[in-house]
Design a binder for this molecule. Structure first.
Ligand SMILES: *[C@@H]1O[C@H](CO)[C@@H](O)[C@H](O)[C@H]1NC(C)=O
Ligand SMILES: *[C@@H]1O[C@H](CO)[C@@H](O)[C@H](O)[C@H]1NC(C)=O
Ligand SMILES: *[C@@H]1O[C@H](CO)[C@@H](O)[C@H](O)[C@H]1NC(C)=O
Ligand SMILES: *[C@@H]1O[C@H](CO)[C@@H](O)[C@H](O)[C@H]1NC(C)=O
Ligand SMILES: *[C@@H]1O[C@H](CO)[C@@H](O)[C@H](O)[C@H]1NC(C)=O
Ligand SMILES: *[C@@H]1O[C@H](CO)[C@@H](O)[C@H](O)[C@H]1NC(C)=O
Ligand SMILES: *[C@@H]1O[C@H](CO)[C@@H](O)[C@H](O)[C@H]1NC(C)=O
Length: 808
């Protein structure tokens, strides 16, 4: 009894103290829920389950108060002690400035700017992806603690990079659904998990390349979130503005855009492409990574705006077990009415979106129209409650209702954790690992810097500060690519050559040419920036912009030695002129390497680092631009001259294929062990199995959901990689399979596993990839069901082919 009274007094004292601390010390979060006198509400009771607390909170809200919560920018409800909250913060490759949840005006003035995602993807290193995400998470929590960000971030972008012209392809991990899925898993788990920092130390970068990290399910921890990540943009979104089609009005359909004079065709994105291309990364992001947010996209899919598509959104919850919240892309509820003309009134648009499962609209559209929809009866209170239940659950899981954030589990993170030397080193490592060597005639690179007294670094991208691509924040350091060379070479010369990236004038050529004549070696930094490709801007050509090609050629003609071409940009560029020109000895792709890009590039050019990045997307020739960007089909259609998309289906010859990337050393691989035969069990009783087996032998395939325990048939491929050269290097292993081609719709080949290994000069290392046949050797039939072909599957690793026969 007395003990309890003591506790009570202590408790009151602590509360008073806490209250005073809040008043005296400048707390960036003076307003947090459940402070006295509002701490007695049931929803404040940490002993109760989150769902009980959420229901209790919802039961206290009026209709108007509920509606105030349907926007990214919620209004405070002083009556209940609820502060305002801004849902929209961004963290694609570091804390971004897009999104009103973030500001750099507080104690934290900048944050680590990692390379744009497409370059980090080129490293094919899961450990790297995970480390970057958990590092961004720490910086994000630090910014939250200083009142400079929210806890809900709208990254990663996991749309498949379907068309080379897409302005946001740079934000994605490339064109392969398996790689995009793997990236989504590392990003989301690294970002959201409480114990991710600890996990990172023990995670296995080598070894079993396909091992999925198992989420810890102990006590309540499975529910708690350090931060919330968002899988976006759901789904089949990858067009900004192309002809009359914009992301706002585009109806992702098969073959034709909605804006042609023909009526929108009945057939939409095929079920087949939905299953094994567009949806695949989202399934992994939800099912395996347990993302707590999904963002529906602007476009329509199969004639229905994504944020109004109940069938599509329901499936995410029922089939994939999604328990997070669904936000619209910004004003994607408005576009249902305004751009898609899908409803007759704004009220119908908000009603449809809410009923379909969209929980908040980024923007004010719901705030403006839900009340009248409610009065008209098209929105019911239960529709609001359902949305709020998902929204509040995520906030509770983030600890937003668990008291003073300055005392919480993550209170220790602050300005000292942002832009640290470790974080910048990781950004540097990402650029080093991702940069791709596309061409290197006669081992022209690396250069011996002792042989250089004057180096020319020329081109319109050479002096751009910290090129980071879309969704960049405020980098810790502003450094151009050419500055990265200063510490190596006593005399560097610089000229832009072009006035800007568009390079519509040759007025700057003479300066650049005279520098190139004078220097021992010439590096030309050319390519793309956000004036050519970004949100709301797709390209029409794959060639270098304006006169850039002329600049490169003119410099190659006058320089003493062959030149080095460095390409920036997230989308592929047709540089076949440079590939063929012997005066251009080497080509490197750096994409948007961020603040440490120049340093990473110089280390590679002078041989302190050996490049090991591989292209995560196909580099097509300019002729590909005759393919309508609005044609969503992945599969080729020879009858209609349609060449198909990505290495899995493209029937033409690319400039550089998916997975292309050179090293200064050479590697050879050997299959140490791999099965020749694999027997699957259909798990039915004997006689049924026999009948099924006969049926399947006739068809030549089985449906993967008929194999109840396919994971038991998982097999391992043991591989040895030898570095045959004199320089240490990193090798990205890409294991493909070619499924039996007799079944319609089969990909030409598909990635089934990857790993990145470090191999010292003249040494070998061993690694293993595990392959679940139902997951990785299957593809979708035209009904959208995954099938696994029986018979001979060819595993392809570099120039090795190995046959695995799948039988019943
Ligand atoms: C968010 O809403 C508040 C009112 O609650 C308003 O003052 C503020 O300007 C809004 N912020 C944005 C970014 O719209
Ligand atoms: C779509 O709706 C707008 C009104 O929001 C209207 O001005 C426009 O004509 C409509 N377009 C079509 C193609 O129906
Ligand atoms: C660069 O300068 C350093 C001294 O600052 C000198 O030792 C070195 O030889 C110079 N290198 C070249 C290539 O001129
Ligand atoms: C390079 O860019 C910086 C920062 O934008 C600028 O101050 C500087 O003048 C540029 N250098 C040259 C030689 O153009
Ligand atoms: C060339 O680019 C400059 C700078 O971007 C612009 O002002 C000018 O209008 C452009 N000229 C043409 C012909 O496009
Ligand atoms: C190349 O430069 C010339 C001369 O400055 C200009 O007239 C021409 O329009 C430019 N070409 C392109 C494609 O920008
Ligand atoms: C993968 O990335 C991690 C983290 O940056 C790094 O330590 C490791 O060396 C990389 N592995 C290879 C083979 O490059």
């Amino acid at each position: 009894m007395t003990k309890n009274i003591h506790f009570l007094i202590l408790f009151i004292l602590l509360n008073i103290l806490e209250f005073n601390v809040n008043l005296t010390k400048s707390n960036p979060h003076p307003q947090f829920p459940c402070q006295p006198p509002h701490h007695k509400y049931t929803f404040c009771n940490k002993k109760l389950s989150i769902s009980t607390r959420v229901h209790s909170l919802i039961s206290l809200l009026t209709i108007d108060e509920k509606i105030l919560h349907l926007s990214d920018n919620t209004t405070s409800i002083p009556r209940l002690g609820l502060p305002a909250y801004e849902w929209w913060s961004e963290s694609l490759h570091g804390i971004g400035t897009n999104g009103p949840g973030i500001n750099f005006n507080g104690p934290i003035k900048s944050a680590t700017s990692f390379p744009q995602v497409i370059l980090t993807a080129a490293a094919f290193n899961r450990t790297l992806w995970h480390s970057i995400a958990s590092t961004i998470a720490v910086e994000a929590r630090a910014m939250y603690n200083t009142g400079q960000s929210g806890l809900t971030f709208w990254a990663p972008n996991i749309n498949v990079f379907r068309d080379p012209r897409w302005g946001r392809g740079q934000e994605t991990p490339g064109e392969d659904p398996m790689v995009v899925s793997a990236y989504a898993i590392e990003y989301v788990t690294g970002f959201q998990e409480l114990n991710s920092k600890a996990d990172k130390e023990s995670s296995n970068g080598h070894g079993f390349g396909n091992t999925r990290r198992v989420l810890k399910e102990d006590d309540d921890a499975g529910d708690k979130l350090m931060l919330s990540a968002c899988c976006k943009h759901f789904t089949a979104y990858d067009l900004e503005k192309w002809g009359d089609a914009t992301r706002y009005n585009f109806n992702a359909v098969e073959g034709l855009s909605k804006t042609t004079s023909l009526p929108p065709p009945e057939v939409v994105v095929t079920k087949q492409d939905m299953e094994d291309t567009f949806q695949a990364p989202f399934r992994s992001c939800i099912q395996q990574a347990k993302a707590s947010c999904l963002m529906c996209s602007y476009n329509s899919v199969n004639g229905v705006p994504a944020c109004a598509d109940k069938v599509l959104l329901d499936k995410v919850r029922t089939d994939w077990g999604f328990d997070g919240y669904i936000t619209s892309d910004c004003d994607a509820v408005a576009t249902i009415y305004e751009n898609q003309n899908y409803t007759k009134t704004p009220e119908d648009a908000v009603a449809l979106a809410l009923k379909a499962g969209t929980n908040i609209n980024c923007g004010t559209y719901m705030l403006r129209h839900v009340k009248s929809a409610f009065q008209q009866g098209s929105v019911l209170e239960e529709d609001l409650d359902r949305a709020l239940q998902y929204l509040f659950s995520v906030q509770f899981r983030l600890g937003l209702f668990d008291g003073n954030p300055a005392k919480g589990q993550f209170a220790k993170f602050g300005p000292q954790d942002v832009c640290t030397s470790n974080n910048l080193e990781l950004a540097l490592d990402a650029a080093r690992q991702g940069i791709v060597l596309l061409k290197n005639d006669q081992k022209f690179l690396p250069l011996d810097k002792r042989s250089i007294s004057t180096l020319a670094i020329v081109g319109p991208m050479a002096n751009v500060s910290s090129p980071g691509g879309t969704y960049t924040g405020v980098p810790c350091k502003l450094k151009s690519i050419h500055e990265g060379f200063h510490r190596h070479i006593n005399r560097t010369l610089y000229a832009a050559g072009c006035l800007d990236i568009g390079c519509n004038s040759t007025a700057g050529f003479p300066d650049a040419i005279s520098i190139a004549k004078e220097a021992d070696y010439v590096i030309v930094v050319a390519g793309l920036d956000l004036s050519q490709e970004t949100e709301d801007l797709d390209r029409y050509s794959l060639l270098l912009p304006g006169n850039q090609t002329n600049l490169v050629t003119a410099l190659a003609a006058v320089s003493k030695k062959p030149i080095i071409l460095v390409l920036t940009g997230g989308g592929p560029i047709d540089v076949s002129f440079a590939e063929k020109d012997p005066r251009i000895a080497s080509i490197l792709w750096v994409a948007y390497p961020g603040e440490t890009g120049g340093k990473a590039l110089s280390e590679i050019i002078f041989g302190y680092q050996n490049p090991g990045g591989k292209l995560p997307m196909t580099w097509y020739l300019e002729s590909y631009t005759k393919v309508p960007m609005t044609n969503m089909n992945m599969r080729a259609d020879p009858a209609n001259d349609y060449p198909g998309r990505t290495y899995r289906f493209y029937t033409g010859d690319p400039l550089y294929g998916f997975g292309h990337g050179l090293s200064y050393t050479s590697f050879s691989s050997q299959l140490l062990s791999a099965p020749n035969r694999l027997s699957l069990s259909l798990g039915k009783s004997n006689w049924k199995r026999n009948i099924l087996a006969q049926e399947h032998s006739r068809l030549g395939y089985i449906h993967v959901d008929e194999v109840p325990s396919c994971s038991l048939s998982k097999f391992f491929i043991h591989i040895s990689v030898t570095n045959d050269g004199d320089m240490d290097g990193n090798h990205v292993l890409l294991l493909f399979s070619r499924v039996p081609q007799n079944i319609q719709g089969a990909p030409l080949k598909q990635l089934v596993g990857f790993d990145r290994v470090h191999v010292p000069a003249r040494k070998s290392v061993e690694t293993s990839l595990s392959i679940n046949p139902c997951e990785f050797l299957s593809f979708s039939n035209d009904q959208g069901n995954r099938i696994l072909a029986l018979g001979e599957h060819t595993l392809i690793l570099d120039d090795i082919e190995h046959i695995v026969s799948i039988e019943l």
